[in-house]
Design a binder for this molecule. Sequence first.
Ligand SMILES: [Cu+2]
Length: 112
Amino acid sequence: MLSLAAIALVVAIGAASAAARPKPPVKVVVTEYEFGFRLSRQTVPAGRVTFVMRNVGALIHNFDLIGVKEGPFLVPGQSATMSTTLKRGEYIYVCSVKYHAAQGMQGTLYVQ
Ligand SMILES: [Cu+2]
């Protein structure tokens, strides 16, 4: 029978190795289309985030996380990634092609 001490040791080792390993960045898939965005997750933990942006529409679009980082303009069918480090808060994102935000290409990303 496994003693309680042995179980405690296994748990302690597990916790130590988890702490030593840096956390992998959180991935958010951003789909761009006329006229809106679909995000694989709307809320992420604070820290490193990688956005995988895909334009599945018929016009040029981008993903501009206002005040943080602006993704490249993507032609239909194109993809790109961008990484950034986010603190807790609410972040507005838009497509910065003229009139696209007003037509629905905007939203809020929540960082907890
Ligand atoms: Cu757009």
